[in-house]
Design a protein around this ligand. Structure first.
Ligand SMILES: Nc1ncnc2c1ncn2[C@@H]1O[C@H](COP(=O)(O)OP(=O)(O)OP(=O)(O)O)[C@@H](O)[C@H]1O
Length: 367
């Protein structure tokens, strides 16, 4: 079983986050595996994790890594081959979806087109008295800034507004857990960024526990208290965004969570000899290791030395430049604040100005 790291403190953007005392997990998944008929490998392989009440957990990975299958097993739409799912100490592994008290928001929103927004939301409120549903639905819609549009039909809304209605409709049923499958993929870039911030705020305000799946690392970083990175059915690492970014478990995680420089190095205690000279390490190590050095941790010092690197590409990104550098056979990337920009063709010495992360040796796939 993968070692888990504490979720406290949560995501850096904590002004909207009420810190909760750690209690037992709300959701506990143990050794979940699933192989589809006529396939060579398991879609999900021995995945275990806990989710705590009020926590937002993102399953992140490339297409086909098994994140949707994991979510569908949680929702009850797929049956696991092995393993168990407990929600609040109830074994729900074999329960049908409607008996799990889990709400799922799909990519395509699935609002009822012939119902107004208020009717869409009241429809989900079977648990409260009929005469209170409309007032409660308005409260939910107001929470996402759509109180004034309660009598509109879904087709009279923007994509982002529809997404918010779909979400409050799910929340209105008061599920113990909410599952989101690539929830913002239908929104354009600007709206997506705004909507995910709003949703995180809403989840924190309502104390909602969430598992979401995404292939977008920025989405996982901004939304989640913890990120689980998946590849080929395996859960490779699970931890707070800052930790997964700064201390990736292996080269795949390092590269999936943004750009990085992978350096072959000879470690000796707190530092290592690398092609870029001696580099400090985030953890003591000995012998041959691979290091991950983030582009923002590489300084570029103009130099004409024979072992200097050459700027081969440059991208202006507002507050900084993203540089691609060639040194011998090896390419590097660096992110540098945009004062005194370098030109393509300029020669620079590369110097690590922060510790590099030591990557543990790759483990063999178990199946
Ligand atoms: N119904 C199915 N029958 C056979 N194989 C399937 C089925 N559904 C998924 N798979 C396979 O299982 C693996 C995991 O798929 P899954 O949809 O869980 O991945 P994913 O990470 O969610 O990908 P995406 O981001 O593309 O949705 C893939 O190799 C996929 O081809």
């Amino acid at each position: 079983m993968l070692e888990e790291t504490s979720i406290y403190p949560m995501n850096q953007d904590t002004d909207d986050t009420q810190q909760r005392p750690p209690m037992g997990p709300l959701l506990s998944i143990s050794s979940l595996s699933k192989q589809y008929p006529r396939t060579q490998a398991r879609a999900v392989n021995d995945v275990s994790f806990n989710l705590y009440s009020g926590e937002i957990l993102a399953l992140l990975g490339p297409s086909g890594c098994g994140k949707t299958t994991t979510l569908r097993m949680l929702a009850g739409f797929e049956t696991p081959d092995t393993g168990s799912i407990h929600l609040k100490d109830r074994d729900i592994t074999s329960l049908p979806p409607q008996k799990r008290h889990i709400g799922m928001v799909f990519q395509d929103y699935a609002l009822f087109p012939h119902m107004t927004l208020a009717e869409n939301v009241t429809f989900a409120m079977q648990q409260i008295a009929r005469d209170q549903r409309y007032t409660k639905a308005l409260e939910w819609l107001e929470l996402v800034g759509l109180g004034d549009l309660a009598d509109r039909f879904p087709e009279e809304l923007s994509g982002g507004q529809q997404q918010r209605v779909a979400l409050v409709r799910t929340l209105a049923a008061e599920p113990e857990l909410v599952l989101l499958d690539e929830p913002f993929s239908n929104l354009d870039a600007g709206l997506r960024e705004r909507t995910r911030k709003e949703m995180r705020r809403l989840f924190k305000k309502t104390g909602t526990s969430v598992v979401l799946v995404t292939h977008d690392q920025a989405e996982a970083m901004t939304m989640a208290d913890r990120i689980g990175v998946m590849k080929d059915g395996d859960l490779l690492q699970l931890g707070p965004p800052q930790q997964v970014y700064r201390e990736p478990a292996n080269a795949f995680v390092a590269e999936f969570l943004g750009h990085t420089n992978l350096l072959e190095a000879q470690a000796s205690g707190e530092s290592a000899a690398t092609p870029l000279g001696q580099v400090d390490l985030n953890a003591p190590a000995e012998g041959r290791v691979t290091l991950s050095l983030r582009p923002e941790h590489l300084a570029l010092v103009p130099s004409d030395d024979s072992d200097s690197a050459t700027v081969v590409d440059r991208e202006f990104r507002g507050h900084d430049y993203f540089y691609v550098l060639q040194r011998g056979e090896q390419r590097y990337c660096a992110i540098v604040p945009n004062h005194e920009p370098l030109e393509v063709g300029d020669r620079v010495r590369l110097k690590a100005h922060r510790q590099a992360s030591v990557l543990p040796a790759e483990q063999q796939r178990k199946h």
